[in-house]
Design a protein around this ligand. Structure first.
Ligand SMILES: Cc1cc2nc3c(=O)[nH]c(=O)nc-3n(C[C@H](O)[C@H](O)[C@H](O)COP(=O)(O)OP(=O)(O)OC[C@H]3O[C@@H](n4cnc5c(N)ncnc54)[C@H](O)[C@@H]3O)c2cc1C
Length: 176
């Protein structure tokens, strides 16, 4: 922790008089899931189905969307209509959860960092990624939703490649 703080001049300056009140601790494995979101007489919604990450702001979207969807299906069931809970609820929720998961992972791996701080960003790609981050994780017309598990990695690789070519073309110097 100390060497991490020291490595960033701005943070080092802000923290120069700070004292550690306890040794840094590691918090890990906070994601949790459950195998089945429904059963005889119950349906699970929100955090209790899937908790991804405390900082990525996916929780309220997943909680409200799952509650709304489950509520509508319960009404359908109470009216005596058939409900395919796997297809009409679990698969749809998991598609949203898995899209968010790809972005959470990409953040921790540094892939999103590469994309967020890239030079000369494509406004259309930016719009699509912002849309996902705003919670539109069920919009399959957005290729950054549809191909969530590959699109970010491909984009980051393209940015690295482009930057490497620029670096070479610039005589192995960073552009001014
Ligand atoms: C510090 C922190 C910051 C967060 N920031 C964000 C954010 O910026 N954006 C975002 O989208 N998400 C954020 N989240 C996640 C978000 O708060 C949750 O994903 C969301 O509240 C889940 O809603 P929920 O209804 O599933 O569960 P909860 O909001 O946890 O609701 C469950 C309720 O059930 C009650 N309960 C539990 N057991 C029983 C029982 N036996 N009987 C009766 N009642 C019971 C609990 O008291 C609670 O009120 C954050 C979470 C934390 C902890």
């Amino acid at each position: 922790m100390r060497s991490l703080i020291a490595s960033q001049p701005y943070i080092a300056e802000r923290m120069k008089d700070a004292e550690l009140v306890f040794e840094p601790r590691v918090l890990q494995s906070w994601s949790s899931t459950t195998d089945k979101f429904y059963g005889d007489g119950f349906v699970l919604t929100g955090n209790v189905t899937e908790f991804l990450d405390p900082v990525f702001s996916s929780g309220v979207t997943l909680a409200t969307v799952s509650s709304q969807m489950a509520g509508k299906l319960v009404v359908k069931k109470l009216k005596g209509e058939a409900v395919d809970w796997n297809k009409e609820y679990m698969d749809i929720m998991m598609q949203g959860v898995n899209t968010f998961r790809s972005y959470v992972m990409a953040w921790y791996e540094g892939t999103l960092d590469t994309i967020f701080f890239a030079d000369d960003q494509d406004p259309e790609i930016k719009r699509k990624i912002c849309s996902v981050l705003a919670g539109y994780v069920w919009d399959l017309e957005n290729d950054y939703v549809k191909n969530h598990d590959t699109a970010l990695k491909k984009l980051a690789k393209t940015i690295h490649l482009r930057d490497s070519i620029t670096y070479i073309n610039n005589g192995f110097k960073d552009p001014a």
